[in-house]
Design a protein around this ligand. Sequence first.
Ligand code: NOJ
Ligand code: NOJ
Length: 468
Amino acid sequence: MLFSIIYLATLVLATTNDLSQWIDQETSVAQTRLLANISPSGGAPGSVTAAQSHTNPDYWYHWVRDAGIALTEVSHWLNTTSSANLDKTMQDYSHFSRALQTAGGTYGLGTAKYLLTGTPYTGPWCMPQRDGPALRALSFIGYAYRLLQEGKDVSEWYDSKLPTQSLIKTDLEYVSHNWQVDDMNCDIWEEVRGHHFYTRMVQRKALVEGAQLAQRLGDPGAAQWYQQQAEEITQDLGRFWDAQAGHLRTTLDFNGGVNYKTSNLDSQIMLAALHGGMDDGVYTVESDRMLATAVALIDTFGPLYPINKVKSTTIGNAEWPIAWALGRYPEDKYTGYNSNGPGNPWSLITSGMAEYHYRLVGTWNRRSEIKMTQGLSDLLEQMKAYYGAVFNQSYTVGSTYQKNSPAFNEIAANTEKAGDMYMARVARHTDANGQMFEEWNLNTGYGQGAPDLTWSYAAHLSAARHRV
Ligand code: NOJ
Ligand code: NOJ
């Protein structure tokens, strides 16, 4: 009896350590490989290649979105490690970004991708895309505060002038004047024209944080304008809820592009909570509409990919339960090389779902309570049905559970564990040397599409950073 208790305890301990160890090791690989994609040889200083792949697929470009997401991680990382190299990386990225802002081109700041020399891409492409400037502004705002703290001049980042010569204000002016004007705007998967939930969410966050920075730097008129536009976006976001389907829709006012995306259900909605959520309850991870959408996504992708039949994986010397691999949207036909289908699960999306769960727990801890909504209750039911979670406490929709109560503890522990199961899923399909791809083949689970995708590493770093 005693033996078996000790045995069990060791097993649990070993299991915990193995996943934590994998996450830490992968974090160091992700940092190294992400940095290798910034200022790569053959690219201008500060350019960020989406991947070091020149053909099949050709990802040898600076995508404003991917770069913004990646450099947001670099900036967070600078907050915990003071490093002259990382600081230089931010400076180079800043200068390169300023060159892009003034490079012109048919789509101006709506240009989604540039050659690594800084020239706008001129081939046929779904453009403009209007999330990029918002993500770029967000990647600079945290950095600007850090420079301010160090007593440095930030006018290169924000200058209170019109016309402005500064990075953040250029993007905020663009976002605030363009978010609603046209429905030719392409979504982040570069396939559908219309108005997109993800794009709106990151635009809103950039405007709110931008307004705070403007206020701090003595630009109150601009602060008021950015804030007002953000509030209008908040109003507009209400349109994306589909009461009948019971989830948020990814695109409204469809105006061309792929026409087989009939569900209008897309993981980019979940990513919007991660990249655009502001801890104010507006489509944040714990908001009921976002939870309902997460539940719908999990339901949809589970049965779609044959690799999801596998329920566990070996990490270190322990067997780990794994959650489902998730993709972009159910009708997806992009294989990582072409659009002949079938679509695959993606690394950055599965890491994103891990982060989603960690952020739920983080939010509850900060608030010292869990509010049980229908969406949360559905998510917990899924954990039971799909992932074998055990709940001994009962919970009721409408109730609130205080920190340290048995219900709070059990819900948080199971949610944390589900997050870990998504991380373990990522571990299963990541090469032994830590290399990540854009996608995993839906039948074999092997990496497919762009190798060493910058965004896959950024998504891992962000998920690991939010692990509780
Ligand atoms: C390349 C894009 O990057 C990808 O997201 C898209 O699915 C394909 N082109 C097809 O349009
Ligand atoms: C395809 C993705 O759909 C798009 O969002 C991304 O920007 C590019 N790949 C580059 O990684």
